[in-house]
Ligand binder design. Structure first.
Ligand SMILES: NC(=O)c1ccc[n+]([C@@H]2O[C@H](COP(=O)([O-])OP(=O)(O)OC[C@H]3O[C@@H](n4cnc5c(N)ncnc54)[C@H](O)[C@@H]3O)[C@@H](O)[C@H]2O)c1
Ligand SMILES: [Zn+2]
Ligand SMILES: [Zn+2]
Length: 426
């Protein structure tokens, strides 16, 4: 079959690889009908995620048709049309019982040199978190869904059947960015009348804006430096755009616009590759800094006392310029992490079905899987006003829309805290 494989930074290829087969009795083999490129894939594409091996198949946002089901699969049968959550969860462990599916402790086992505990640095005797599709051997080394076929483990827990009346593009984002934006808005405790600032107008920021509106938020600021993304968010979700190329201190602007109090909540939909601090970017390249703290510092400054900072953007390791004292002084609440996708998928599918959520409007690019390399270039370089790329494997006809840290490893060293924090801007 054809699949998009990793061969180093900015080096991905579509090549022929062996078809997957059932490995466990509760696996299915899925024939992929649509798959997307996620902002998280860009961290891999840029060579920032360790634990990638040559030939690894990428992709964790995908859907398709059940081609084959193992004997213990009770919920699905061949021919069912399903969307797959990017988090692989067993449904039975300590964390799955708490519906904290991204914490599933049985799907990222110890293999080879990987201890199954992702990017956590201070591991002690903690258990592992969930395995993820197509997201390096730190997260289980599972083959991803940017392929014609993919093996889906724990098929009784993850996949959700979708009605034929809904086109692929309408439901595809249930696999990741829609629940991610929704969890970010729920974690931000948004409700009728809330004010919120969303940092990052990429797909996750846009899904957070959709969800903020859905939950009744009144005032939504959105910060980015891609005018075309901000314009879309303004026109679609009524956000107040702030372009950090024109305004080098968005948090100050947000404070002034809210009576110097700040917003009820900030959502950091940017993550560890945030732009804006040349110092942190340089330190991160030298592996002296885990992440850029720029977006988080802006969030802390722009949130009112007692407010919430919700972080769907991916972070790993340490940040020296993390102003924990400011957060303490303001009495802030932090919520973050990988999305418990399985928890939100059923209710979000209902909202799509009844027309209250239309996540597909963000799609700008529809390409054949054979052209996936170009899709990565376009999305990474923000060419052609790209917001979201959907790939369709060649063997199936395109179903048109009805309406599209350097993670820390063992080599890390400590760095003088005082020097870096003192020079941190905004
Ligand atoms: N928590 C989860 O489960 C989960 C799921 C999906 C994606 N993610 C993460 O969410 C983040 C966003 O994903 P995406 O698909 O929207 O990616 P994206 O790369 O398309 O979007 C990120 C946006 O942030 C903007 N940005 C960069 N620096 C900024 C700054 N200092 N302030 C404001 N905006 C800034 C960029 O211009 C870009 O438009 C990534 O880190 C991704 O890995 C997390
Ligand atoms: Zn993702
Ligand atoms: Zn579990």
């Amino acid at each position: 079959m054809k699949a998009l494989t990793y061969h180093g930074a900015k080096n991905v290829k579509v090549e022929n690889v062996p078809d997957p087969g059932l490995a466990n009795d509760d696996d299915i083999i899925l024939k992929v009908t649509a798959t997307a490129i996620c902002g998280s894939d860009l961290h891999i594409y840029r060579g920032k995620i360790p634990g990638m091996e040559h030939g690894d198949i990428l992709g964790h946002e995908f859907m398709g048709i059940v081609e084959e089901a193992g004997p213990d699969v009770t919920n699905l049968r061949k021919g069912d049309r399903v969307v797959i959550p990017f988090v692989i969860a067993c449904g039975q462990c300590y964390y799955c019982n708490k519906k904290l599916f991204a914490g599933c402790e049985s799907t990222n086992p110890q293999t080879g040199t990987m201890d199954g505990r992702g990017a956590i640095m201070n591991k002690k005797s903690s258990t592992s978190g969930a395995g993820l599709f197509g997201y390096s051997h730190l997260y289980g080394g599972y083959a991803g869904g940017q392929a014609e076929y993919v093996r889906v483990p724990k098929a009784n827990v993850g996949p959700i059947r979708v009605p034929d009346a809904l086109a692929d593009e309408q439901v595809l984002f249930l696999s990741d960015i829609l629940p991610t934006g929704y969890q970010a808005a729920v974690n931000a405790q948004l409700g009728p009348g809330s004010s919120v600032a969303i940092f990052g107008a990429g797909p996750v920021g846009l899904m957070a804006a959709l969800s903020a509106r859905f939950l009744g938020a009144d005032k939504i600021f959105m910060v980015d430096h891609h005018a075309y993304r901000l314009d879309f968010a303004r026109d679609t979700y009524g956000v107040i755009p702030i372009n950090f190329d024109d305004d080098d201190d968005p948090a100050e602007t947000i404070l002034r616009a809210t009576g110097n109090h700040g917003v009820d909540a900030c959502i950091d939909a940017v993550g560890f590759e945030a732009k804006g601090s040349a110092l942190e970017t340089a330190l991160a390249t030298l592996k002296l800094e885990g992440s850029s703290g720029k977006a988080l510092r802006q969030c802390i400054a722009a949130t009112r006392r007692g407010g919430v900072i919700s972080v769907p953007g991916v972070y790993a390791g340490f940040i020296h310029g993390f102003l924990f004292g400011d957060a303490f002084e303001k009495g802030l609440i932090f919520k973050m992490g990988q999305t418990h996708a399985q928890l939100y998928m059923p209710e979000l599918l209902e909202h799509i079905g009844n027309g209250r959520m239309k996540p597909e409007v963000i799609v700008t690019h529809r390409l054949n899987l054979a052209d996936a390399v170009r899709g990565y270039e376009i999305f990474n370089d923000k060419e052609e006003d790209c917001r979201k790329v959907v790939l369709t494997p060649s063997s199936r006809p395109i179903r048109a829309s009805a309406l599209a840290p350097s993670l820390p490893g063992g080599r890390l060293r400590a760095i003088s805290l005082t020097r870096t924090t003192r020079t941190m801007p905004s």
